[in-house]
Design a protein around this ligand. Structure first.
Ligand code: CA
Ligand code: CA
Ligand code: CA
Ligand code: CA
Length: 321
């Protein structure tokens, strides 16, 4: 097992030698990697630890955030060998009808393709097919492995929905993330405001179904009990570019109209500055019995709002305390 402190070179050597001797065990998608080199849910593919989030179809920014929630980044493919290993893996595992987001963008300067770490994306064969990247419509700034191109690179509008392909980050990410209040959160959960939170940008659910989705991740809809937590969530969703989502959290007054509680029975703090307003001097909650669920509303700067529980919104989950 390569611990977080183990030398990356040693781990890489083990992975490469294992690959060359053709001794990789066959691993099911999403199953634990029994080679022991990659952390859950990542799998060894060539000398990389990768995760193919084929259950989710999201924008490029949302894909990045999901990878961050796994202590990863979108997968970096800078060598022909890595590309070949990945293409083989996709076909061998029946993933051949899935286009995937990988790390690469020319958003900063049109035509200058770089990873999020600033490395140049290789152009030409065998990475791109002829004529790509073509910035079709002047709007293609994000990098995908495209199924119809047999998983060669293509530039795409960053707003289309693709499956995230994440890569485990070793020492670099660990150093960048080091901070006193950083929690060690399980896969899909990130440390934000002293909580382990999962921003499920790939899902749109009613409040009740959002709760079920959290339970499915051994979590619960988030309880935001400290204003610093609301501040941290606001900063995080903007930093990650997922502020277009409205999030269901765990507050409700369905049991007794006007009495708002979190799912553990604790009272929801009322009033400003937790709760927002549509119009001056009309602070939420304002919906009476028609609005019994607590929403962090995108076009309300993610202040608390009461809303109809049947709206389809993004679940925001937390791990049990
Ligand atoms: Ca472009
Ligand atoms: Ca293109
Ligand atoms: Ca109500
Ligand atoms: Ca309302």
């Amino acid at each position: 097992m390569c611990s977080r402190t183990a030398l990356i070179l040693m781990c890489t050597h083990l992975l490469v030698s294992g690959y060359e001797s053709d001794q990789w065990p066959v691993v099911e998608l999403g199953a634990a990697n029994i080679s022991g080199e990659c952390s859950m849910p990542f799998l060894a593919v060539g000398d990389q630890c990768l995760y193919f989030a084929t259950f989710a179809e999201v924008t490029y920014e949302e894909a990045r955030q999901m990878c961050h929630s796994l202590n990863g980044e979108l997968a970096v493919i800078l060598t022909a060998t890595r590309l070949k290993n990945i293409i083989d893996y996709l076909y061998d595992n029946g993933l051949s009808a899935k286009s995937l987001w990988i790390d690469g963008s020319d958003q900063a300067t049109e035509g200058e393709w770089r990873t999020s770490f600033g490395e140049a994306i290789p152009m030409g064969t065998p990475f791109f097919p002829p004529g790509e990247p073509n910035d079709l419509g002047g709007d293609e700034d994000c990098l995908e492995l495209m199924d119809a191109f047999f998983f060669q690179f293509n530039d795409r509008p960053c707003t289309v929905f693709r499956h995230p392909m994440c890569e485990q980050q070793w020492d670099v990410a660990q150093t960048e993330r080091a901070s006193p209040e950083e929690l060690d959160c399980p896969p899909f959960f990130v440390s934000v405001g002293g909580l382990c939170l999962a921003f499920m940008t790939w899902a749109e659910e009613t409040w009740a179904d959002a709760r079920q989705a959290c339970h499915g991740m051994s979590g619960e809809l988030a309880a935001i009990t400290d204003i610093e937590q609301l501040r941290a969530i606001y900063l995080y969703v903007h930093q990650e570019g997922i502020d277009g989502h409205s999030f269901w959290v765990g507050g409700s007054d369905a049991a007794t109209e006007g009495v708002w509680t979190w799912r553990d029975g604790q009272p929801v703090t009322m009033g400003s500055p937790f709760w927002g307003f549509q119009k001056a001097s009309l602070l939420e909650p304002d919906g009476g019995t028609a609005e019994n669920c607590l929403l962090l509303k995108a076009n309300g700067a993610h202040y608390f709002r009461d809303a109809s529980c049947s709206l389809l919104m993004t679940p925001l989950c937390m791990t049990p305390k």
